[in-house]
Design a protein around this ligand. Structure first.
Ligand SMILES: *Cc1c(COP(=O)(O)O)cnc(C)c1O
Length: 235
């Protein structure tokens, strides 16, 4: 490779240090928190450079981007993780291309994914995305529907439910952001008491991950702090 990717190595090392530091501040073992690199809007060359640094899972928020990027990266053994809002009519592509969906937020989508996965003879990891902030336009399952949803998901054995995911409110008030993360943790505690096994909490992004780690994140989804500012606006 002739492009200089030293900047990426620096960013990758730095975010790992910052995550470790947030873990220590929270009295947690850094080994408990993993980083999901979010590569949306970045092309195959940068992703390939990430693979060379040891990244293996990549988060994307549009099915079309996974479709566009995956063929030229087929030799890299990448696990594509869908983290964005997913239309039901894209279930087929996801069943073929993704190893995980973190944005499962409604029964209609679960049923479509299960049908397509049965057809492919595959199972994938899923997280249930919960709407923890009152902001309009945010996707996610309303918290009060979580118990029934988790119960209904047991019917679909192509969907391996491993935990919960959320996006916090966009706010400069740290207490409001932290309250979203805390709610997700509490919902998990309730679900575990009802007999569900949900070890994973995917929460926290470049701007708010220390708060998410303080509230128990097992995984933070990091785009900007690894790959830099995104070239265009994304939803
Ligand atoms: C883009 C995105 C991220 C990463 O955001 P950054 O602020 O760039 O770290 C995390 N989660 C989701 C769902 C996203 O769409």
């Amino acid at each position: 490779m002739d492009t200089d990717t030293g900047w990426l190595a620096d960013n990758w090392a730095q975010i790992r240090r910052r995550v470790d530091e947030a873990c220590r501040d929270a009295g947690r073992d850094p080994a408990e928190v993993s980083i999901l690199p979010v590569s949306k809007t970045f092309g195959p060359a940068v992703i390939r450079a990430g693979v060379a640094l040891g990244m293996r899972r990549f988060g994307e928020n549009k099915v079309q981007e996974i479709r566009d990027k995956s063929p030229s990266l087929a030799d890299c053994g990448i696990d594509w993780v869908m983290i964005g809002h997913l239309q039901t009519n894209k279930a087929k592509d996801i069943a073929q291309l993704a190893s995980e969906v973190q944005s499962l937020d409604r029964m209609e989508l679960a049923e479509a994914l299960d049908r397509r996965l049965q057809h492919e003879g595959r199972a994938i990891d899923v997280l249930v995305q919960v709407k923890t902030s009152p902001e309009p336009g945010k996707h996610g399952l309303p918290p009060e529907q979580l118990p029934g949803f988790l119960k209904a998901l047991r019917r679909h054995d192509t969907l391996r439910v491993g935990g919960l995911m959320t996006l916090a409110i966009q706010s400069s008030e740290l207490s409001a952001v932290r309250a979203c993360f805390r709610l997700l943790r509490e919902l998990r505690t309730e679900a575990v008491a009802q007999g569900h096994d949900l070890p994973r909490l995917s929460m926290g992004m470049s701007g708010d991950f220390p708060l998410a780690i303080a509230e128990g994140a097992s995984e933070v989804r990091i785009g900007t702090a690894i790959f830099g500012k995104r070239p265009q606006r994304d939803s």
